[in-house]
Ligand binder design. Sequence first.
Ligand code: 5GP
Ligand code: ZN
Length: 114
Amino acid sequence: VAGCIFCGIVRGEIPARIVRSDDDIVAFRDINPMAPVHVLVIPREHVASLNHVEAEHAGLLDRLVAVARDVAKAEGVSESGYRLVVNVGPQAGQSVDHLHVHVLGGRDLAWPPG
Ligand code: 5GP
Ligand code: ZN
């Protein structure tokens, strides 16, 4: 989608530190990391948020979560612990309207989150 930062990263027009990429998913390091491990996992297809996932996206959420889990393992935080976060909408602080799963780890993570 025009003007979408993450679509720009998917197309290679905006530089990013990509850690994993397959036919329908790309994972890259967050530009403003909130933890030693902070990777964003996104679908190549533009989906504005979790609220916009439809039946036509069958299997997409499974794959996103599985890739996030694999990224955590590759980043070495599988055993120490990590958190997946999906911010949806203004009160959750969603700032990029392209569905993304945060993979956070490498330090103690507060609970409940802010
Ligand atoms: P949200 O707040 O929507 O859940 O998360 C958006 C995330 O995208 C933020 O953590 C922010 O740092 C990250 N981000 C925003 N713009 C860019 C960018 O151009 N490149 C990368 N790698 N991350 C970005
Ligand atoms: Zn997009």
